[in-house]
Design a protein around this ligand. Structure first.
Ligand SMILES: *[C@@H]1O[C@H](CO)[C@@H](O)[C@H](O)[C@H]1NC(C)=O
Ligand SMILES: *[C@@H]1O[C@H](CO)[C@@H](O)[C@H](O)[C@H]1NC(C)=O
Ligand SMILES: [Cu+2]
Length: 163
């Protein structure tokens, strides 16, 4: 009994480990960062965002801001003077819940005229990673955690056979 308990704990630990290893940090805009006239929808298109991943917005502090808005705020570039605005220049946003997320720059007309707006859909952890028909570098990166997860699961099942 005691032995099977520790094996279950061991497997649970491995699964948690596999999950945390597969969490990714996305630099919004990659080397360009959070800036004017960048196509953030193209940037996001081939990426799979999963709960536990993080977004990093890099920019010169003062030049831009990052505001989380709703779909309406995104469409219409509604800059509310809310205190939820991020201004550090290296704003790290943990993706904690699944669903659609919208971010805009609150400076001047950067959202309306200079395309500083990002829309992503965050998937729940259990669904991830979805089999993607697109063989891009972003989806290739997902293969490693997936293979790791399968190995862990197989390893766990084999261990259970010996209990
Ligand atoms: C969207 O956010 C704005 C504030 O920026 C708020 O006035 C509006 O009610 C929100 N809409 C929805 C559907 O939550
Ligand atoms: C934002 O400001 C309001 C009052 O103006 C306050 O009640 C609220 O807690 C603030 N939210 C954050 C995230 O600081
Ligand atoms: Cu801006």
């Amino acid at each position: 009994m005691a032995a099977s308990h520790s094996i279950i704990i061991f497997i649970a630990t491995l699964v948690v480990l596999a999950t945390s290893i597969s969490a990714k940090e996305y630099i919004v805009g990659d080397k360009s960062g959070w800036t004017l006239d960048f196509d953030y929808q193209s940037w996001a298109k081939d990426k799979v965002f999963i709960v536990g991943d993080t977004l990093v917005f890099n920019y010169a502090s003062g030049a831009h801001t990052v505001m989380k808005v709703n779909g309406t705020g995104f469409q219409q570039c509604i800059v509310s003077s809310s205190n939820g605005t991020l201004t550090s220049g290296r704003d790290i946003i943990p993706l904690q819940t699944p669903g659609r997320k919208w971010y805009i720059c609150g400076v001047g007309k950067h959202c309306e005229l200079r395309n500083m707006k990002l829309f992503i859909t965050v998937l729940p952890q259990t669904m991830a990673p979805a089999p993607s028909p697109v063989a891009t570098s972003a989806s290739t990166k997902l293969i490693i955690p997936t293979v790791y997860g399968i190995v862990v699961a197989l390893f766990g099942s084999i261990l259970l056979l010996f209990v």
